[in-house]
Design a protein around this ligand. Structure first.
Ligand SMILES: C[S@@+](CC[C@H](N)C(=O)[O-])C[C@H]1O[C@@H](n2cnc3c(N)ncnc32)[C@H](O)[C@@H]1O
Length: 234
């Protein structure tokens, strides 16, 4: 794989909606000027440079991978990503640890007006497309037999014990951890690593026996911390 992702046609739009920092300064200014509805439905459809987004997304996901790399090991086989977006991080993980299984719980629609706020338990924001995600993963060397796409709104969740669960800027960042708490208790072994971004890292010391802060994002309005947790207390 070269040092950029291969993108299916039109994937740059959902990538920018998932990761607004990948948009150029000009595009971000247009968003401020025209508002979120026109940004989500018009500007991202016609004014993005696919090659540029492919390279920037690759760099960003490679950097994200470095933040979690030391928590992954050869024995990790079953990966679950909650709110993965199109799956750039998992493509990079797959480059380093070959032949693992990747489960994705995501949503298969794009909100008309992307707000990027805290939705708590309401959680009706989404910006993904399963057809594009599947194409993206396969174009970037993921084995199609090892990909499981689960629609949060329609499908039954997988009933298996995962080794690693990741949720970057999604679970407990846009919507409450408790939406998934009971499910996660069922699919975690004591050693399962759950990695996610939150603004209330201390709260999770009451939820898990092990909580380690592995990074912080002070530049954004949310000022979140990335944590690795394992072993539910109850
Ligand atoms: C800010 S994006 C982050 C995407 C990706 N993790 C990344 O870091 O680039 C949040 C993602 O969460 C997804 N999402 C929203 N509600 C969800 C839910 N209840 N379960 C799973 N994914 C959800 C959205 O569709 C979106 O792709």
């Amino acid at each position: 794989m070269a040092d950029k992702f291969l993108l299916p046609k039109k994937a740059e739009r959902i990538i920018v909606l998932q990761r607004i920092e990948l948009a150029s300064l000009l595009i971000k200014k247009l968003r401020k000027f025209f508002g979120r509805y026109i940004f989500s439905n018009f500007i991202t459809k016609f004014f993005l440079n696919s090659d540029e987004i492919a390279a920037k997304y690759y760099r960003t996901m490679s950097d994200e991978f470095l933040t979690i790399k030391k928590y992954l090991n050869e024995n990790d086989n079953l990966f679950l990503s909650i709110g993965s977006g199109i799956g750039g991080l998992e493509v990079i993980i797959n480059k380093h640890l070959k032949n693992r299984s990747f489960f994705f719980i995501e949503r298969n629609y794009i909100s008309k007006k992307v707000k990027y706020g805290w939705g708590g338990m309401v959680n009706d924001e989404a910006y993904n497309n399963f057809e594009l995600q599947k194409l993206f993963l396969e174009m970037n060397e993921m084995n199609e037999k090892k990909i499981y796409l689960i629609d949060y709104d329609k499908d039954e969740f997988p009933d298996t014990k995962f080794d690693v669960i990741t949720s970057l800027f999604s679970l407990d960042y846009h919507y409450d951890f408790n939406l998934y708490a009971e499910y996660l208790k069922k699919v975690c072994k004591p050693k399962t690593k759950i990695i996610f971004d939150t603004i209330r890292a201390d709260y999770f010391k009451k939820v898990f026996k092990n909580v380690e802060v592995i990074g912080s994002d002070i530049d954004t309005i949310h000022k979140s911390k990335r944590i690795v947790c394992s072993d539910f207390i109850n």
